[in-house]
Write a protein that binds this ligand. Sequence first.
Ligand SMILES: Cc1cc2nc3c(=O)[nH]c(=O)nc-3n(C[C@H](O)[C@H](O)[C@H](O)COP(=O)(O)OP(=O)(O)OC[C@H]3O[C@@H](n4cnc5c(N)ncnc54)[C@H](O)[C@@H]3O)c2cc1C
Length: 480
Amino acid sequence: MEDRYDVIVAGAGMSGSLAAAGAAKTGLKVLLLDKNNEGEVGKKTNWGWVCGDAVASNHLDFVNKHIGISFGKPELDLKVDGVIAYSPDLKTKVNFDGEGYVLDRPEFEKKLRNHAVKSGAEYVPQFDVEGPIIENNYVVGVFGKDKNMRHLEIRAKAVVDALGVATTLRRKLPADQFVDRIVDVDDLESTGRYIYDCEVTQEDLRFYDPKNALIHLNQQVSPGGYGWVFPKSQYGRVNIGIGVQKSSLEIRNAKLGKRDSLHTLMDEYVKSIPNLKNPKLFNKDNNGKGYWSVAVRRNIECLVFNGYLGAGDSMAMPNPISAGGIGPALVAGVLAGENAARAVHEGDVSTKGLWQYNLDFNREYGRKMAAMESFRVYLQSLNNDLINYGMSKFLSRKEAEDLAYGRTTELSVASKVSIALSGVSNITAFKNLVYTVKKMKAFNEIYGNYPKTPDEFPKWKEQVSKEMEDFKEKFKPNPI
Ligand SMILES: Cc1cc2nc3c(=O)[nH]c(=O)nc-3n(C[C@H](O)[C@H](O)[C@H](O)COP(=O)(O)OP(=O)(O)OC[C@H]3O[C@@H](n4cnc5c(N)ncnc54)[C@H](O)[C@@H]3O)c2cc1C
């Protein structure tokens, strides 16, 4: 490893490896750093590659189109028809996300890292990135410890932060009005995820479906989040988990007089799946059981700073409703690599020189995120009865699907009439849904006018923050 590069990419997860591949293939000198050893590339934490590992096909197509990688076995473990979300009473289901795959995550990460190396990036494992080097208000490199615990400073013209949700780079940037350094705890889901081999005792596609990724909404079981059962290629093997929002869990425990934690709820959820019996941990790559966090807000509004670009979980990119972060991490990795390379070649890595990356990501993914965040906040304000009622009566399937994609919809007259005939709490919840859809439209419009230059950004961001704060003031977590 040398002490000077064109681009340093910190983190060799999916966003980092793609950014490194994209920048290196333009002929730049690129360094890709990751704290894991070579055999465990992309591992998020000591707990493993903690993830549901489901990704929609269109995101893989995006990578193929831009970077030229095509995927197959072993990294694509199982093709699924889509994702199905069930209401708490299991009587209503909503399909979304279309065809996709459940990944063999360690294999997928290795493939991307190998592609980065083949494209010319220098990959250094077992390097712990501790923070950015900042000079004259520019990020000019990173510091950290190598595998021999030597403290090193490495410099570059541009640094890509792909360190995931616990990033040591974004959180240490100088305070300014562009990149937020803090993510609110209510915008995080604490998650648990196991991979189990189970005996399937009877067919009941509401709980285990070998062709679909299942989501269970239930404010008592996973307050402020959801449970999932995603199938793997071997019959009876599942990726199973829950996500919970801290405030929702606290409220639920207080109201029910319980002291449940993520861990106890996770174990209860596994036990509650009636047709999956005798679960045995499938611990390949030591990846059987883990806990981690995922952000479920709009992505950090500005993804660049002088000499710095962020991609993937480091920039809170997962979908606020589904917590699906693989797609945006892939898209952002590709775009960050392209934009870092362009700015370095043009000799302008200032916020202004990197601004195109904001526009590219907003166009490809980010523009629907604030709308989806507001819908998530609305959902977290509903108890099980209201979710049951809402999913079966407020929305047609098409409307529910649209909302889950952040698309706004004209709510059908039929549902409005049926609501008018029902109880007071339902009417309030329906009125709140109408209000939420209106707000979603407003957010989509604001994001349609994403600032073309950094000068316009502070005013635009103030508007986004104010609208979202007002919305959150109106809808508080209320799981029980
Ligand atoms: C339980 C759970 C379930 C999920 N399920 C899904 C799902 O089914 N579908 C979906 O689309 N998304 C899902 N997500 C989200 C998805 O896993 C992430 O969005 C995705 O991994 C983001 O990729 P990334 O490359 O940005 O970051 P990461 O995957 O977090 O990679 C970051 C890399 O940086 C390395 N690193 C971190 N800190 C340092 C450091 N200081 N120095 C050096 N290296 C460092 C890490 O070791 C890792 O290799 C889930 C998340 C969780 C927690």
